[in-house]
Every structure is written in C-alpha cells, then in structure tokens.
Design a protein around this ligand. Structure first.
Ligand code: B12
Ligand code: SF4
Length: 493
C-alpha cells in the first residue's frame, strides 16, 4: 500500500483593495462558498487552509499549491498575490467567474487556469499536479448537478454571518448585463431537495443565504419543489432566518409564500432593474417586460402580506437613461413599497452581451486591464452610454445615493416596512441592508460632499430631527431585546 505525502493547499479569497466597503463587516459577512466546494473535491491527504482577505490582509504563508477564486473586481488582487507565490516557485491556480470569462488574461498571471465549474476539472488537475504534470488550462464546463458535493464548511474559520447554500445552478434568461447564463448554463439544474435538506442540517449559523439566482425558477414543477424544500425545513426542525434571490413570479403562489415565511424567509431579492419599459428593453429584462411594470406593486403587496420584505436590485445608466430618468428611478424607489435597495450602475462585466456591445461602440472608458477590473463592482461608472457621459452618470448617482441612504430616508423606509409586513425582524433586517448598501455606495462620497452625510448617514449641515431621536430609541430597544442575540452569534460571543 502506498501512502501519499501530506501536502498543503492554500485557498485564497482575494479582496478589492480600493473599496473598503466590500470588506466583511456588519451583517453581510458571507463565505466564499466556491472554495468550500474546491476543498470538498480535494483528496483527504491534502491539508486545506482558507485565507479570506475580506477578514485578514494577505501575509505570506507557505503552501505546496495556492488556489484563488475570482469575481472580476477582485481579479487584480489575485494576480498581485499570485506573483508573490510564483516568485517563490509555488504553483498558483485560479478559477471562478473572472477566470472563466478571461482565461487568456488570467493565464498570464497564474500557472493554471480553471474555467467553468470546479467539479469537472479540479480532481483531474490535482491528479496531474501530484504527478508533476499540471497543465496550463482545465475546462470544467457544466457539472452534472448530481455530482456536486456538499460544501466543506470546516474551512470557514472566520466569523461569517450567513451559511451559504446553493439549491440550483443556471438561468436561461440571458439578461444582457448578467454573466449567469454564459457561466452557469442556460437551463436550471436543480439539486435533489432531500440532499439540500441534508446539507442544511450540516449548517450551524442562524442566518442563511440561498445563493440561487432564482430560488423559485420558471421550470415546470419549480413551485412544488420550493414548497417541498421549505416544508422540509420546517419538518426537519431546521430553524433559520433566510434570504435569497428570486423573480416577480415568487409571488404567484400563496402556498410558496406561506411556506417560505414558515421556514424563515425574511427578505427576498428581486431583480426589478427598472420601472420603465424602455429601460427594461435596453437590458433585455424580458421577465419583467412580460409581467409589465404595473404589476410591481401588486407583487410587493402579496409578498408583504406574508411578512417578507423586498430587496430590489435596481440598475441605473441604461442606454436610454437620461439624467431625468435616473432621478425618476430614484423617486420610484422612494415612493414604492420596496423595503431596501441595491442601486448599482450598469457595468459591462466581461463575457456579457453588454460588454460586447459597449466595446463595439467604443463606450467603455475604464479599460486599462487588468488593473481597471477593480473598478467593475457596479458602484462607479466604467462607461459612457448612448445618452450620458460616465462622469454625469457618476455625479448624478452620488446625489441619488445620498438621497436614498441618508438616515432619515432609511428610517422612513424601515417604518413603512414595519407597517407593510407587520414584522419587526423584517423591518430591522431591511434597514440593516440599506445601511450596508449605503456604506458601500457612499464610500467615495462621505468625505467629499460638504452638504452630504457623514459616516453615520446623518446630514452634515442639517439639524437632527425629533423623528430620528425617537426612532433611535425604538431601534436600541429592538437591538437589545432581539437582534443582539444574533449579532453575538455572528461574532462568536
Ligand atoms: C452569492 C453571490 C454574491 C455574494 C458573494 C458570495 C461569495 N462570497 O462568494 C455577494 C452578495 C456578496 C456578491 C457580491 C457581488 N457580486 Co455576486 N454573485 C453571487 C452569485 C449569485 C452566486 C455566486 C456563488 O457563490 N455561486 C456558487 C458557487 C459554487 O459557484 P461559483 O462561484 O460560480 O463557483 C464555481 C465555479 O466558478 C468554479 N470556481 C469558483 N472559484 C474557483 C476557484 C478554483 C480554484 C476553481 C478550480 C474553481 C472555482 O467552481 C465553482 C463550483 O462549480 C453569482 C451569480 C452566479 N450564479 O454565479 C453572482 C456573481 C458572482 N456576482 C457578481 C458581481 C458582479 C458581484 C458584485 C461585484 C456586485 C455588487 N456590486 O454587489 C459584488 C462583488 C463582491 C466582491 N466582494 O467582490 C457577478 C460576477 C461577474 C464577474 N465577472 O465576476 C455574478 C456572476 C453575477 C452576475 N450578475 O453576473 N455576490
Ligand atoms: S439577471 Fe437574473 S434572470 Fe437575468 S440572466 Fe441573470 S440570473 Fe437570469
């Protein structure tokens, strides 16, 4: 019998250095679940360690093999760290959405690039590496959903707030700003519900994020599957407060909503993107076009009725958007019953239809790659559009973000959520999401707008209202009696 030499694999989740708002803070500390899958696919004679730069800055630690995951804005940081290891003769490998969409570029900075899903490539790569025959490129393609292992969660030693679980992969919708159809395939690949429930039983945190792109997808039987999943959680006593991503059809079936709430759903992210037909057409958001912008409020009401809050993903700077359209979108957010909001700037991520179009029209301004990829986090304007210059988009957005994420506005939303959902938990959670987004969007604005808000989201030049003082008290009470319990669990107290 041969015993294999014990080797060390260092997994690195690189973090953007320019935007500190992306570092893990507060309630949104999420684990790089892809690296948990890579760990699960690694043979047991390897020792596996995770370095998550959003918790601790990189310092050199010895390893036999160093592997990176990569969202586009983090890729330049991965290249920087990889250079350190390559200088020491240590083999580096990179996978993830950036490596999959820009393999040639990645190949200049790491020794091996893995495109597609790890399940189809990592075992072969490890075998070749052990034999001293690692290749430059492995194409993982799309895995058979039955072959996806449970995430190896022991590597997540940091105080993450959420456990992340994925129940399906893929999306056929092909919205032109999104990479999911290209990266994860054009069909919904659904994991077996019982297997998902088994994995959920292995999770330990009270908060859960189902990272599916559409938890109740558009495949036949999707609603029934969702009910089975949510009911299964209740029946197995899996007690979580959870959040996920879905589309407007999430509200179609009351039984889905009922069991979603019973199993702990607090907030659902919905890709609303825009409130006008033209803007939806610009981005090929056919799902919403089909339903019509008039259906939004009715959908929100149905979801609220079950105590669930709405996190709307909104995009600003579509091809046809002029300044007045951006302001109208802001007003829509403020006046609608959306509870919290992710208000990003349209960004041509590599591999998207949008990227190809903008490139062909010479609209992309920030294209000194790879360095400029660190700006592709959807919070600054990387491109001009047919209707606006990137500087005008950015200046308008700074005003809009101040208007959406100042403390008065966020508190107003919070009380409206409380009224609509009758749930303190949902209201507080939605408020905390607005806070987190505010922190990220306003990072470049806090110190530069004399009339704006400070780091506590309070107006710099306006007097503090009675309303704020009163709501401070209510929030303090809620924090002490309820939320603190969770916060203590996140921080390991
Ligand atoms: C969950 C999620 C998040 C979480 C992060 C979770 C985390 N820590 O990993 C949150 C909400 C924080 C987030 C934030 C952002 N996100 Co996001 N997010 C997703 C989502 C929905 C799922 C990602 C996921 O974990 N999937 C499950 C894992 C298992 O799949 P995976 O990551 O693709 O990994 C597989 C392969 O890529 C490969 N792989 C991955 N890493 C590695 C490493 C090695 C060594 C190997 C061999 C293989 C490998 O194997 C894995 C298993 O098959 C995707 C959409 C999607 N369906 O991919 C968008 C997505 C990844 N996000 C995207 C973007 C743009 C962002 C933001 C920039 C947007 C924003 N402004 O908020 C930020 C950036 C955050 C940051 N710090 O940089 C884009 C990225 C596009 C790109 N070119 O990089 C995606 C693809 C969505 C889209 N619209 O196109 N996101
Ligand atoms: S935005 Fe949502 S619906 Fe559109 S392609 Fe991406 S995942 Fe699918």
């Amino acid at each position: 019998m041969t015993t294999k030499t014990r080797r060390k694999l260092l997994l690195i989740n690189p973090a953007i250095q320019l935007r500190k708002g992306f570092l893990n803070k507060g309630v949104e500390r999420v684990m790089p679940v892809a690296l948990g899958l890579v760990a699960a696919l690694t043979p047991p004679h390897w020792e596996v360690e995770l370095l998550d730069e959003s918790f601790e800055p990189f310092t050199f630690r010895p390893a036999d093999l160093v592997a990176f995951t990569s969202f586009t804005p983090n890729a330049p940081r991965a290249y920087e760290i990889a250079a350190v290891y390559r200088q020491s003769g240590i083999h580096t490998v990179m996978g993830g959405s950036h490596a999959s969409t820009c393999p040639e570029e990645a190949g200049q900075y790491v020794d091996t690039v893995v495109t597609g899903e790890a399940e189809g490539a990592w075992p072969a790569f490890i075998a070749d590496f052990e034999a001293g025959q690692a290749k430059r490129l492995y194409e993982g393609g799309l895995a058979d959903i039955k072959d996806i292992p449970h995430v190896q969660r022991e590597i997540f030693k940091y105080p993450y707030s959420y456990d992340l679980v994925q129940t399906s992969r893929g999306c056929p919708m092909g919205c032109d700003f999104c990479t999911v159809t290209q990266l994860c395939g054009g069909t919904y690949r659904e994991r077996d519900v019982e297997d998902v429930l088994d994995e959920l039983e292995q999770t330990t945190r009270p908060l859960l994020f189902f990272i599916d792109d559409n938890l109740v997808n558009h495949k036949k039987g999707a609603e029934e599957r969702a009910i089975r999943l949510f009911k299964g959680m209740v029946q197995r006593g899996i007690k979580k407060y959870w959040f996920s991503q879905a589309a407007l059809n999430f509200a179609d079936n009351d039984e889905v909503l009922y069991w979603a709430r019973r199993s702990g759903c607090v907030i659902i992210l919905i890709g609303i993107e825009a409130e006008t037909i033209q803007a939806l057409k610009d981005t090929r958001k056919n799902l919403n076009l089909k339903r019509g912008v008039d259906s939004y409020e009715k959908t929100f009401r149905k979801i609220h009725k079950h105590g669930i809050g709405i996190l709307a993903a909104m995009i600003f700077g579509m091809e046809s958007d002029k300044k007045e359209d951006l302001l109208a979108r802001r007003d829509f957010i403020k006046n609608s019953s959306i509870d919290c909001c992710q208000s990003t700037i349209l960004t041509p991520l590599p591999g998207t239809v949008l990227y190809k179009r903008m490139k062909a029209r010479n609209q992309i301004v920030l294209q000194n790659y790879p360095s400029d990829w660190q700006h592709y986090h959807c919070m600054i304007a990387t491109s001009d559009t047919a209707s606006m210059d990137h500087r005008e988009i950015e200046n308008t957005m700074n005003d809009i973000w101040i208007s959406l994420y100042n403390k008065d506005a966020m508190r107003r939303k919070m009380f409206r959520t409380l009224w609509n959902t009758r749930s303190l938990m949902t209201a507080y959670w939605a408020y905390s999401y607005n806070h987190s987004y505010g922190r990220m969007f306003l990072e470049g604005v806090f110190d530069t707008y004399p009339e704006g808000v400070d780091r506590k989201f309070e107006w710099k030049t306006r007097k503090r209202s009675f309303y704020l003082k009163f709501s401070d008290y209510i929030l303090w009470l809620f924090y002490q009696t309820s939320w603190k319990r969770f916060a203590d669990q996140f921080t390991g107290k």
